[in-house]
Design a protein around this ligand. Structure first.
Ligand code: HAM
Length: 427
């Protein structure tokens, strides 16, 4: 094809002929999006929609200059006015920007937000990583207590469980405050220095730029070195330690299992204290369905009010892939209640009018208009899983009666054309 789709992105279509592409079918997205909207609103989160692009400095300042997202993955461009912009790689920074800009801290009811939106990252191509992915994210502002962390975690975990997913692991860690991370960074430096030559190339680079991220390394050699590395949780200040313990207690209270993972640091700089991720087995190395944590300093960093905050982002692609992998049934797409087949020009006109009238009254009606012969038209009605079919020819036009036939049973019933709506409880 001369103009194929760009690399690392995908179309969401009503059907995808690729046997591995079912997760890209739009009815699955609609189902997931509906479940998300319903649950988010029950937890008191309301939707926020921000533009696809922002000033790139917003992301540099929030996510961190040395993060992979900012240093390697951002789609940046200059507009005709010379402004440096970026397609948003994530949703937290834009949400904070909007919150500050509109002075929403003055409106007590405007403190819990969700979004469902595409994000853009120039990723190395691999399964589970897309250059445009879709995130469901929530951000809760203004509450510093551990209950807030747990509400946020619970929403993500409950969503995934409600969808029917199994084999989930909630990884939990605390990275404390800035001073903890500084002391820990030094301890990690002391520990890793003698092993530096044996670390993977990527980790060697990160040693100088973003040391904590070495803990995330998937390299087996790095992992065996890291086994004996100091743990950040041994460096927590008293208040962070207490907060972390409360989060764990509350999670246990509400029956959410978790695994303490001292190596979980997350790839964005704005976090403090609680960080978490939910992974699922079986979808490959990119197995994080969602992750987030507390980011108490970000609003202030962006010159907004000094308010604590907490949230997560979850990838819709990965959730759908996991659901399909675990063979969790999805509701069927809506099927037509009635399929009309007209034989001849007069019948076609009558059927078209009938279809339009019934549609206007709320019925899902389809009609064969592409010139298919009767047999093919019936096959098509079957493929659409239409509940009833009507075949209208000269004879039916003359008599003013048609046969309404149930596709599944083959049982037919003769009806006056003008009373067809009545069969569907439509006046
Ligand atoms: P993140 O961990 O970078 O966090 O992304 C959240 C989720 O988005 C990941 O767990 C993953 O499911 C999905 N995801 C990320 N990148 C890709 C990709 N290239 N392809 C497919 N899926 C992807 C954030 O973005 C934070 N803003 C989350 C947050 C909100 N923290 C606090 N509030």
């Amino acid at each position: 094809m001369e103009y194929p789709i760009a690399k690392g992105v995908f179309d969401i279509l009503p059907v995808d002929p690729d046997p591995n592409g079912k997760w890209r079918e739009s009815h699955l997205w609609h189902y997931l999006e509906t479940q998300i909207r319903e649950l988010a609103s029950k937890y008191g989160y309301r939707e926020m929609r921000t533009p696809l692009f922002e000033l790139s400095a917003l992301f540099t300042r929030s996510i961190g200059k040395e993060s992979d997202i900012v240093s390697k993955e951002m789609y940046t461009f200059e507009d005709k006015g010379g402004r440096k912009l970026a397609l948003r790689p994530e949703g937290t920074a834009p949400a904070m920007r909007a919150f500050i800009e509109k002075g929403l801290h003055q409106i007590p009811s405007a403190r819990k937000f969700f979004y469902m939106a595409p994000m853009f990252r120039y990723e190395r191509q691999q399964a589970g990583r897309y250059r445009q992915h879709h995130q469901f994210g929530i951000e809760a502002l203004g509450c510093s207590g551990p209950e807030q962390d747990v509400e946020v975690i619970d929403l993500l975990y409950t969503l995934l469980k409600r969808l029917g997913l199994n084999h989930l692991t909630l990884h939990l860690n605390s990275i404390g405050e800035g001073a903890t991370r500084e002391r820990y960074n030094q301890a990690l430096c002391d520990f890793l220095t003698p092993h530096l030559a044996h670390l993977s190339k990527e980790s060697q680079e990160r040693f100088h730029t973003n040391r904590l991220r070495i803990l995330d390394s998937k390299d087996a050699g790095d992992q065996s070195i890291l086994q004996h590395a100091p743990r950040i949780t041994d460096f927590l200040d008293e208040a962070s330690q207490q907060h972390f313990e409360s989060v764990q207690r509350l999670l246990s209270d509400i029956g959410i299992p978790y695994r303490l993972n001292p190596f979980l640091v997350r790839g964005l700089d704005y976090y403090n204290r609680t960080v978490f991720e939910v992974t699922v087995e079986g979808i490959g190395s990119q197995n994080s369905l969602g992750g987030g944590g507390r980011y108490d300093g970000l609003l202030k960093e962006l010159h907004g009010p000094d308010l604590p905050a907490c949230g997560f982002g979850a990838g819709l692609e990965r959730i759908l892939q996991a659901l399909l992998l675990q063979k969790i049934p999805f509701p069927e797409p809506e099927r037509p209640q009635l399929f009309l087949i007209a034989l001849g020009e007069g019948a076609k006109q009558r059927c078209f009018k009938l279809m339009t009238q019934l549609r206007h009254k709320g019925l899902f009606v389809e009609m064969e208009l592409t010139g298919k012969k009767l047999k093919a038209a019936l096959r098509f009605a079957d493929e659409l899983k239409a509940r009833f079919v009507v075949i209208m020819g000269e004879e039916e036009l003359q008599s003013g009666r048609i046969e309404l036939k149930e596709m599944e049973t083959g049982i037919g019933k003769t009806i006056v054309i003008d009373e067809l709506g009545g069969a569907f409880d439509i006046k």
